[in-house]
Design a protein around this ligand. Structure first.
Ligand SMILES: [Zn+2]
Length: 727
């Protein structure tokens, strides 16, 4: 996560994307955009009116969204990148003897203006983008990477850092300072500072190519996702679909100029329920293929070549830097340390998951045979049949639970939980500037009554937003050079359906738990108590970052919590105990499939990035061979196939997709501590806050974990929680 070493402050623009389609940024390694001298002389008028060039005169310093226009970004980036560059050079060329303060700390606090601009820009390019921002992002990505290279490839600067690093033990640094120094030094080595001039140039070229290809990849996925539509003009073909989905499809039809028809898309809120409920097998097949062939249609948005090229270039880059493979390069800084450890873990979980999935398939085939279906179960049947079996076995229909999970009440459930755990309280503000009418703003207070930050929510799906769910910061916690404690401004962005008519947004159980998950990230940001910007909040390794969010999901399953917020949206009736029990029993259903599709994607990720081949391979053949080798059944597609695996080809999660299950092992084990002591036990909550949430990236994550738990995490809690092991 310390990708952009610059001005670690820019890091606060990094997003914590979650199990869904995810977000932008990072990995934007790239070329120095030809040192173009930036002429700001003709921007005088802009200087006076551009909100980025002034102190935000808003409550809590929330960005003045009502005053920021698209035209403000380009000049703001021009100036802030130039400033950052000058600051870096000033440190590098300082005549003073290198010290921790005048070098490491000075870098840490550089690029303030750039951070200010980037925080708004990158939030909006994911949550509320448009053609202007998209075009600018293509220009800015490489320039930021160029700046990053300016930093990491500056020999004078490296010499200073190296000199300080050489005497690390005599400097009397505290833990977080020591970590800051070690990380910064390692960043230089990893950025190519140890290379000769020729190799440095090669590295710049490779970085530039990766960045450019990554952006193309992401654009192609978006185009493919948006362009596919399944048009239904015959009412009979809607059989089985819930009314809200039909209504939404009719609305999409109208919006897309197909009045009177129903249009379904590969966006998750449309695709997933369609596959579950549609009784039309042919249409399910169309939808499933539409989804799983994104980027693999041999058209202008095809990603096969790009995938292979990115993997090959990454292998080349890793070798240039002295690493065996790209995965070795990436994992060095992770909790897992190397791909061998990751495989060690996946190998423990994969067989149990696959065996369970095969059992699930056998159950489905038996059902089809019993009903005289006369067909072999395929991928497009899976969700549909699984839902039938779930219903029969647990008599639990999502439509039955949804009335108890209105978005508003679920949010109250989240607030209730973190109030009981950490004493956090929330007060809504309706008078602050926001970037879209969907956005709500809350003041956040800690148990002592102190204001600790602002919480923004942006819940509804819209075209200007990426798919998925994530947390991001408009401002991260840190302590300024003058000793001022900066309070975070954090946003949770989701893609829930809008209320229709006078009916509120009702969430599936999974969607509701995503709200808890995202607030888990937010809590990591709000309760952060670090000094240095690059170590605050969620600035932790990829395979640790999902841990606090996954922990929080657990509370939603607790009857004590459900009874507080899960109320029928019409009658106000609390969710019946019998229904809670059904939900709990059903929660382990389908884990063979869920584990397998997720792990198949993780294995693909690792396979692409442990390959040593530096010329592009045949993408589909490679993918097929990896999955066959593992014995994946054809009825399960990896959660992401290579051609739409944005996490690893455009979003900076390369070699890191396993991180969700790694984090989940920690989460299952950590929640067990709460189960042992009481789910709202104050001592346990305080230990979790003090050792994990407040620490951010100030120390080794596994050390922090052991300090909280008093022992190593035990994977058995994960297998148990997924129903893949009984003891
Ligand atoms: Zn997450």
């Amino acid at each position: 996560m310390r990708k952009l070493a610059i001005a670690s402050m820019v890091l606060s623009a990094l997003v914590v994307g979650c199990s869904e389609e995810k977000t932008p940024q990072t990995d934007k390694a790239v070329a120095l955009v030809a040192d173009k001298a930036i002429d700001t002389s003709n921007k005088a008028t802009n200087l006076e009116t551009n909100p980025f060039f002034q102190e935000y005169e808003t409550p809590f310093g929330i960005p003045p969204f009502d005053k920021i226009t698209d035209a403000h970004y380009a000049p703001a980036f021009d100036r802030s990148i130039a400033e950052a560059k000058a600051e870096i050079l000033a440190v590098a060329n300082s005549p003073a003897e290198p010290t921790f303060e005048n070098t490491i700390v000075a870098l840490e606090y550089s690029a303030k203006l750039l951070t200010k601009v980037a925080n708004v820009f990158f939030n909006l390019t994911s949550a509320h983008t448009n053609d202007n921002l998209k075009a600018l992002a293509k220009d800015i990505g490489p320039r930021l990477s160029g700046l990053n290279d300016d930093l990491n490839l500056n020999p004078a600067l490296f010499k200073r850092v190296e000199a300080i690093h050489n005497k690390i033990d005599s400097l009397e640094l505290n833990t977080e300072q020591k970590k800051l120094l070690v990380d910064r030094y390692r960043e230089f080595i990893r950025g190519g500072a140890g290379l000769n001039e020729d190799d440095k140039n090669t590295l710049r070229e490779l970085n530039a190519k990766i960045s450019k290809l990554g952006i193309e990849f992401g654009d192609n996925v978006l185009a493919e996702t948006n362009s596919f539509e399944l048009v239904v003009d015959n009412k009979e073909d809607l059989a089985g679909l819930p009314q809200h989905l039909i209504d939404a499809a009719a609305e999409t039809g109208t919006k897309r100029g197909k009045e009177g028809k129903w249009v379904f898309t590969t966006h998750r809120p449309s695709k997933t329920p369609f596959l579950i409920y549609s009784e039309n097998r042919d249409l399910r097949e169309k939808m499933w293929k539409g989804y799983t062939h994104r980027g693999d249609n041999n058209n202008t948005n095809d990603n096969k070549k790009i995938v292979a090229e990115i993997a090959a270039i990454r292998a080349q880059k890793a070798q240039l830097l002295g690493y065996k493979t790209h995965a070795h390069f990436v994992l060095e800084g992770n909790t897992a340390k190397n791909p061998e450890n990751v495989y060690g873990l996946l190998d423990k979980v994969w067989p149990a998951g696959l065996a369970q999935a095969k059992q699930e398939l056998a159950d489905m085939q038996a059902l089809v045979d019993k009903e005289g279906g006369n067909y072999k179960v395929e991928g497009w049947d899976w969700r549909h049949l699984a839902e039938k079996i779930r219903k029969a076995r647990y008599d639990l229909d999502e439509e039955q639970t949804k009335p108890y999970f209105s978005l508003e009440d679920t949010l109250k459930g989240v607030f209730y939980t973190v109030n009981k755990l950490y004493g956090m309280t929330f007060k809504e503000r309706t008078d602050l500037p926001v970037y879209h009418d969907d956005v709500r703003v809350f003041e956040v207070y800690y148990k002592n009554g102190e204001l600790i930050g602002l919480y923004l929510t942006d819940h509804y799906v819209r075209e200007s937003k990426r798919g998925g769910a994530w947390m991001n910061a408009y401002r991260s916690q840190y302590v300024t050079e003058e000793g001022e404690f900066v309070k975070p401004i954090i946003v949770n962005v989701l893609n829930y359906p809008r209320p229709t008519g006078d009916k509120p947004t009702l969430l599936t159980f999974g969607q509701a738990s995503t709200l808890f998950h995202e607030f888990g990230h937010a809590a990591h940001g709000f309760l952060s108590n670090g000094v240095y910007p690059s170590q605050a909040g969620t600035s932790v390794p990829r395979d640790f970052v999902e841990f606090p969010s996954q922990v929080l999901e657990n509370w939603m399953f607790e009857p004590e919590v459900l009874s507080k917020f899960a109320k029928h949206y019409e009658t106000g009736e609390v969710i019946p105990q019998a229904l809670i029990e059904k939900i709990q029993a059903a929660s382990k259903f389908g884990q063979g499939f869920a584990t397998t599709e997720y792990m198949a994607a993780s294995l693909l990720d690792l396979a692409w990035h442990t390959q040593t081949e530096t010329t592009p391979v045949d993408t589909n053949a490679f993918e097929k061979s990896i999955l066959e080798e593992r014995g994946l059944i054809r009825q399960i597609a990896p959660r992401y196939r290579s051609t739409y695996f944005s996490h690893i080809f455009s979003d900076g999660y390369s070699s890191g997709y396993y991180g969700y299950i790694w984090s989940e092992i920690l989460a299952a084990d950590a929640f067990n501590a709460f189960k042992e002591n009481g789910i709202f036990d104050q001592a346990t909550a305080e230990a979790f806050r003090a050792n994990v949430l407040s620490k951010g990236g100030t120390d080794d994550p596994m050390k922090l974990y052991r300090q909280f738990r008093g022992q190593e995490p035990d994977p058995k809690h994960l297998l148990k929680s997924r129903g893949l092991a009984t003891e």
